[in-house]
Design a binder for this molecule. Structure first.
Ligand code: SF4
Length: 240
């Protein structure tokens, strides 16, 4: 199944049979991550707006879901940062009210989670997967190449805001880039922040498709395991 606003279902290692929902024009984001599978960001923004008409997205999803496809999750992800769409709350509410049999997940770069309206919009989702790839500013700049004004603190306090005000599940994702965020110093910073945030489920991820830069390499399985155990008392779900 495919339309302008959805794709799949795809077989996701984390989410099972997942229908992807894409509510943002290609490629609109507040970050320009070196590992992004979509390619370089050509529209850098933190502006929330109705990038595509909310009613049109809802109509399209309704016509897809009427046939009651077998799905484990409906997952907001795709061509950019989904929380940039100002109609996200309405779309999630529609899904949960009209199709309560499906779980809804949102994969986010966490740059807008300090905004209480974004947290309200996410409220009816079952699962939020925010990313935190760096705690030091240096690693953040190298991996996530953010818009001016964004910092690791923006992301950490946004995730804290989510933790305090969202009652569904939260799985935190860390994308590991060898030589940048896998050093002893970075891992010590991660450990400190993870303990403060108190999120029990942390997923380590690494490159499995070409990124934006050609020098980025995946991290080995052994190294991933070493990092998982060094991060301490958190549940680690490896994507490898
Ligand atoms: S936050 Fe996501 S969509 Fe944006 S550049 Fe990074 S990986 Fe790509």
């Amino acid at each position: 199944m495919k339309s302008k606003y959805y794709y799949g279902p795809i077989r996701s290692r984390r989410l099972g049979r997942s229908l992807g929902v894409d509510v943002i024009p290609f490629k609109t984001c507040s970050l320009d991550c070196i590992y992004c599978e979509c390619g370089p960001t050509n529209c850098s923004t933190l502006e929330r707006k109705e990038y595509f008409p909310t009613a049109e997205i809802i109509r399209s999803l309704d016509s897809c879901l009427k046939s009651k496809p077998a799905l484990d999750f409906i997952t907001f992800a795709g061509s950019g940062e989904p929380t940039l769409h100002s109609g996200l709350g309405k779309i999630i509410s529609f899904l949960k009210e009209s199709y309560p049999q499906y779980q809804v997940a949102v994969i986010t770069n966490a740059t807008l989670l300090q905004d209480d309206q974004v947290i309200r919009d996410l409220q009816k989702a079952d699962l939020i997967i925010p990313s935190l790839d760096a705690v030091s500013r240096e690693a953040f700049e190298k991996i996530n190449r953010p818009m001016t004004g964004l910092s690791p603190e923006t992301i950490i306090s946004g995730i804290q805001n989510l933790k305090e005000n969202f009652s569904g599940d939260i799985w935190l994702e860390i994308f590991l880039v060898p030589g940048i965020n896998d050093t002893q110093e970075e891992l010590a910073l991660f450990k400190e922040v993870l303990e403060k945030l108190g999120i029990r489920k942390v997923q380590l991820n690494t490159l499995d498709r070409p990124g934006v830069v050609d020098w980025i390499q995946p991290i080995s399985k052994e190294e991933m395991e070493r990092i998982a155990s060094s991060l301490g008392n958190v549940e680690i779900v490896r994507k490898l």
